[in-house]
Design a protein around this ligand. Structure first.
Ligand code: HEC
Ligand code: HEC
Length: 287
């Protein structure tokens, strides 16, 4: 890899790890275990899926955070992301629009969404396109409730995505990458390994080759999305997947893609597939 560029950008603190290579990097995260509310045991590391060449093990971003940040995610009372979940629940039950319907009018209790997050994004036959959880939510709003679509990365959308993610907490991510999803997955993989921007960095430069290293004040993870939406201490709100992608692309000083656009759809499928087997954690707590 072009380590000179990475250096210039990230001012890597752990020079020893760079010199000694990937072997030492693999041990750079802790061995704590994530048990939610003292109840739900999360799979936060597991064997990498066979189709991922660059990793032996896939590891949740939770492992790369400080003890304090980790603790915030271990109990719902301490997890500020749960406030978004509460707001999502209120929206779920709110009757609105010309049809005078709430989400609950058709779907009943939100527990009916159990498992939904684990398979997103997925190919939608009718639309002949790859749909994210956000697309399904907005489709129900515009086509079934006859109300306006939510902005793709808006607060209400991210809150609803968090509420739906919660119904699958602890279940393994399990997106399909074959059949009609295959071309999207290929496109996403291509994007993941393509160096872009002034710094000529790919997602893999940081999240595959350099996972475990410290950059500035941060500890580089594998860039997994099983924890999304993620409550970030940095901006004190829930953040959706495409908003995070946008920030990372921008950090490489490249033109970024539009959240909700086709490129980030493909990238989301690929990144999700890299975490197949990890538990759904949303809403997670991150820096
Ligand atoms: C008029 C009835 C109706 C309303 C109102 C409605 N939905 Fe749906 N929704 C459906 C139907 C029908 C489907 C497709 C069949 C299915 O998967 O249940 C669906 C599918 C979905 C899916 C995809 C589920 C999956 O397994 O793929 C999600 C997510 C969803 N709806 C969320 C919502 C949310 C959030 C709201 C409120 C903002 C809402 N829906 C409002 C009828 C409705
Ligand atoms: C210059 C290095 C760099 C590049 C290149 C980069 N990221 Fe990141 N990314 C970071 C840092 C730093 C963080 C915050 C710490 C962490 O979780 O790794 C982060 C976090 C993330 C997270 C959140 C992980 C979690 O558990 O909350 C995701 C998802 C992510 N990146 C995806 C991507 C994708 C997809 C690309 C390629 C489009 C990319 N990143 C490119 C540095 C980078």
């Amino acid at each position: 890899m072009k380590i000179s560029n990475l250096h210039r950008f990230v001012q890597i603190a752990v020079t020893a790890s760079v010199v000694s290579g990937v072997a030492s990097i693999a041990n750079a995260q802790d061995n704590d275990s994530l048990v939610l509310n003292g109840e739900i045991e999360m799979v936060t590391r597991t064997a990498a899926p066979a189709y991922i060449d660059g990793l032996d093990e896939v590891i949740s971003g939770w492992h790369f955070r400080s003890d304090e940040t980790q603790a915030l995610q271990m109990d719902d009372f301490d997890n500020s992301g749960m406030l978004g979940v509460d707001a999502g629940q209120e929206a779920w039950d709110t009757v609105q629009g010309p049809e005078q319907k709430s989400c609950a009018s058709c779907h009943g209790d939100v527990s009916s969404m159990e498992g939904v997050r684990t398979v997103m994004p997925k190919y939608n036959e009718e639309a002949a396109d790859l749909w994210t959880l956000e697309d399904y939510i907005n489709n129900c709003r515009t086509e079934r409730q006859n109300v306006e679509a939510w902005g793709y990365t808006s607060g209400p959308m991210t809150n609803m995505a968090a509420l739906i993610a919660v119904q699958s907490r602890g279940m393994p991510m399990n997106v399909a990458i074959d059949g009609p999803a295959a071309p999207f997955w290929e496109q996403g993989r291509e994007m993941y390994y393509t160096r872009t921007g002034v710094l000529e960095l790919s997602c893999a430069s940081c999240h595959e080759q350099s996972a475990g290293l410290h950059i500035r004040a941060d500890h580089l993870s594998q860039g997994q999305i099983n924890g999304f939406p993620a409550y970030r201490l940095k901006n004190a709100k829930l953040n959706g997947i495409h908003a995070r992608f946008k920030g990372c692309v921008r950090d490489t000083k490249a033109e970024t893609y539009k959240p909700g656009g086709p490129e980030f759809h493909a990238l989301e499928l690929y990144v999700a597939s890299r975490g197949n087997g990890l538990s759904v954690e949303g809403p997670s707590v991150r820096n």
